[in-house]
Ligand binder design. Structure first.
Ligand code: GTP
Ligand code: MG
Length: 354
């Protein structure tokens, strides 16, 4: 697996019980044993039927094992993916269903042994064929009992395809701030190329992922925009959104919190400051993930608006020095290089690799 792919990309399509059986039995019926010409007729037939039984067992067990193997191992998955997967499909249900499917393997194997033995006792070719048909019937019923499990796994696969591919090796800059303050514009300006867009589980919006390449063309850090996730007070969030935030917790190296000091975004500065306090609580209190504050839309904001915001931030002890705040006009890219300079210095000064 490449480090840039979601582990769930390799969770292959899960067949229905019927597809699984059709596949195994049609292959088994076309298989014939290579037999010495001198063998008595009945013995030839017995061997042929035993070969069919064995082949169908081989195919069924191989298929079942490959389904189980294609599901990423939840216990070794990075926490970010484990949390998102739990949100989407409930990891305990996934484990239980995998266990149930795995339980068919010894049954199919036991049936193979029993019915191969049964074939050896038969006296006519008709009886041999009947024993093999009976074996197919018993296997069918074992597999059919897994119909719901197979459907569940296929649904999991479809749901898990939504999980965004983030690079867990690269440091992650997570952008937070109220809607309309200029987060996406900033992500676009910080990234070296057009940000990728993918679905973020359970939000109607998407996650924007930008990559910054260093001068040698290597991926240096990623910028993650979080519409619908870090743009509202916690009290307005449902369980799922709170969990999605917890997933972000596991990958964020640094947060950039964007303010719009004007009334243009539609949110007053007090609400924006409250959100900053919450983001600080979630990301910085225990985890000590630093937050860098950016005041955006300086082309448009009056100095009174900017000063009001700065004095409120100081008053609430959220900043100690207003010089630390980067002021940008993301629309025209003005001062965005200040953010870049800050980030490059920040990453250079610490071992950010997780
Ligand atoms: N004048 C001015 N407009 C800006 C600036 N940055 C962003 N905008 C504009 O503000 C609007 C919102 O910008 P977005 O980047 O979409 O804001 P956002 O925070 O991503 O919004 P959501 O995705 O809804 O949360 C757009 O029309 C931008 O062109 C800026 O620095 N100055
Ligand atoms: Mg946006």
């Amino acid at each position: 697996m490449s480090k840039n792919n979601s582990p769930f990309e390799y969770f292959y399509q899960v067949p229905s019980a019927q597809q699984l059986l059709d596949f195994a039995f049609s292959k088994a019926s076309s298989k014939s044993a290579s037999l010495p010409k001198t063998l008595p007729n009945l013995e030839k037939i017995k061997r042929k039927e035993m070969k069919r039984i064995e082949t169908s067992k081989d195919i069924l067990t191989k298929k079942v094992k490959s389904i189980i193997k294609s599901v990423p191992n939840l216990d070794t998955l990075p926490e970010f993916y484990r949390r998102l997967s739990h949100l989407l499909v409930n990891n305990d249900d996934l484990r239980k269903n995998l266990g149930r499917l795995n339980g068919t393997l010894p049954i199919i194997q036991r049936l193979e042994r029993d019915y191969k033995r049964k074939v050896t006792y038969q006296r006519t070719s008709k009886q041999c064929a009947a024993a093999r048909v009976e074996y197919f019937g018993r296997c069918s019923s074992v597999i059919r009992k897994q119909s719901k499990t197979l459907q569940f796994l296929e649904k999991c696969r479809i749901d898990l395809m939504q999980v965004p591919s983030v690079d867990l090796i690269l440091p992650s800059v997570v952008i937070a701030g109220y809607p309309n303050v200029g987060k996406s514009t900033l992500v676009g300006k910080i990234s070296s190329a057009q940000p990728q867009i993918s679905e973020y589980p359970f939000t109607t919006k998407q996650i924007y992922l930008g990559i910054y390449y260093d001068k040698f063309g290597s991926r240096y850090f990623q910028v993650i925009d979080t519409p619908g996730i870090l743009d509202r007070p916690m009290s307005k969030r449902n369980y799922i959104e709170k969990q999605a935030i917890l997933a972000l917790n596991t990958i964020a190296t640094i947060i950039i919190f964007v303010f719009d000091p004007t009334a243009a975004s539609g949110y007053d500065v007090i609400s924006q400051i409250k959100l900053l306090e919450e983001v600080k609580q979630i990301f910085s209190e225990d985890l000590e993930i630093p937050i860098k504050i950016v005041i955006n839309k300086i082309d448009f904001a009056t100095s009174d608006e900017i000063n009001l915001l700065l004095s409120k931030l100081t008053e609430m002890k959220l900043i100690s020095n207003s010089e630390d705040i980067i002021r940008t006009n993301a629309k025209d890219g003005e001062n965005v290089d200040e953010i870049l300079k800050y980030l490059l210095k920040f990453f250079k000064n610490r071992d950010f690799r997780r």
